[in-house]
Every structure is written in structure tokens, then in C-alpha cells.
Design a protein around this ligand. Structure first.
Ligand code: MN
Length: 230
């Protein structure tokens, strides 16, 4: 047995609907500007081109019921509700759009929490987004629903309410790049592994969260979860 100098951290994990076993998180990839109306509200060009990717650390994941403290060093914490794709198999190099669905274990809903003020400063100075996007507790997510239990995904509505008021909603068919295209593009850049999560980008309506705010988010007929900012 390997002797570590201290005990390694436990794998970040998400529950799975209908199963006692949990999903161990390997990496968290995120897609930027994947809904045209959100790209517009952020003042970005709406062009298909190549998808924008960034990452969060795996331990930024917050399973349902976990603590979501209001982060330090921001006065403008934003919610971005997103479809989460969970991979259950390693990719063998670059995967085609057609091969991509075979990698998918299941789906969830997540919130790509963003220090919007720090992201705006980073964009202005052409600096990296890490401190705006990859902070502790920045990726609350639902339990995962196995892909075998999911039908008609593109037609379903992704939504987020804050304190009972609807803030974001769009059909998943509004995504500029679909799941297959995103996994194809990601697999050109990274070795995709079982345990990877992909946050697929957010629709329009991103806005600020305050301490004490309660949110509910879901994909109609599939998944729902809730949480509160401390
Ligand atoms: Mn996002």
C-alpha cells in the first residue's frame, strides 16, 4: 500500500437518482457563450466558431444539501443555470459527434456560480477567469439522472427560480453547440475520463444572488434541486 504523507482528500461526488452508489467527480469542464441570448446580454459576439471552454476544480462541486457560502472578494455573485453532462467512460482519444453519446453516464442541473465583478475585470485586462469561476463551492449541482432514463432532452426547458421568481429559462434546443459537438471539441483538447462533468452553458437572465437567497433549478420532467446561499 502506498504511504501518503497525509490522507488524500475524498473524491468529490454527486448522488444518482434511483441508486445508492455515488458518482465520483474527476474534472469539471464548462462551456461559455452556448446560448445566443446570454452571449448577447454579456456583450459578446454571437458567432458559432469554436466553443469557449474553462474549468473549475473538481472539489468546487456542491452536492444537493451542501453548504454554499457567499464567496469572498466579490460584491456581484451571479447564478448561471446549466445542463450538466456526466461521463461514465473514458474516451479513446478524439470522439466523433456520433460516438459521444456512448460516453454519457447521465445528466444533471448545475449552477455555474460566477464572481461577475472579478470576471469583468479579468476580461477588461485580458487576464484568466479562474478566480471569477473556479472558486470554492462554485458548482452546486443536482443528483444525476442516468441517460437511459432520459428522453427528448432538447425539447425540455432548463429553468432557475430565485426566491420563487423565475430568473432563467430556455429550451435545451437553444444551445448553440449540442452535447455531441461539445464532447467532440473537448476531446480534441483533453483526455476525457469517466467522472468528468461538463457544464453546458447558461441561457439569458443571469443576475445577482444575495446571502439568504433560495434557488430552485431544473429541467422539466427530469430533474429538480434547490439550495440556499449562506
Ligand atoms: Mn456558465
Amino acid at each position: 500500500m502506498t504511504d501518503f504523507v497525509f490522507a488524500p482528500a475524498q473524491a468529490p461526488r454527486l448522488p444518482i437518482i434511483g441508486q445508492a452508489r455515488q458518482f465520483p467527480v474527476h474534472r469539471i469542464y464548462c462551456v461559455g457563450r452556448n446560448f445566443a441570448e446570454h452571449a448577447k446580454e454579456m456583450g459578446a459576439e454571437v458567432a458559432r466558431g469554436t466553443p469557449v471552454f474553462f474549468m473549475k476544480p473538481a472539489d468546487a462541486i456542491v452536492a444537493p444539501g451542501g453548504r454554499i457560502p457567499y464567496p469572498s472578494q466579490t460584491n456581484d455573485l451571479h447564478h448561471e443555470v446549466e445542463l450538466v453532462v456526466a461521463l461514465g467512460r473514458d474516451a479513446d482519444g478524439v470522439v466523433s459527434v456520433e460516438q459521444a453519446p456512448a460516453l454519457v453516464f447521465g445528466y444533471g442541473v448545475g449552477i455555474d456560480l460566477t464572481r461577475r465583478d472579478l470576471q469583468a475585470q479579468a476580461k477588461e485586462k485580458r487576464l484568466p477567469w479562474d478566480i471569477a469561476k473556479g472558486f470554492d463551492h462554485s458548482a452546486p449541482a443536482s443528483a444525476l439522472i442516468p441517460a437511459a432514463d432520459v428522453t427528448a432532452l432538447p425539447a425540455r426547458r432548463l429553468w432557475l427560480e430565485v426566491n420563487g421568481t423565475l430568473r432563467q429559462q430556455a429550451p435545451l434546443s437553444d444551445m448553440v453547440f449540442g452535447v455531441g459537438e461539445i464532447l467532440h471539441e473537448l476531446s480534441k483538447l483533453f483526455a476525457l475520463k469517466a467522472g468528468d462533468l461538463v457544464f453546458m452553458g447558461t441561457p439569458a437572465g443571469v443576475a445577482a444572488l444575495q446571502p439568504g437567497d433560495k434557488f430552485r433549478a431544473g429541467v422539466d420532467g427530469l430533474i429538480e434541486f434547490s439550495g440556499q446561499i449562506e
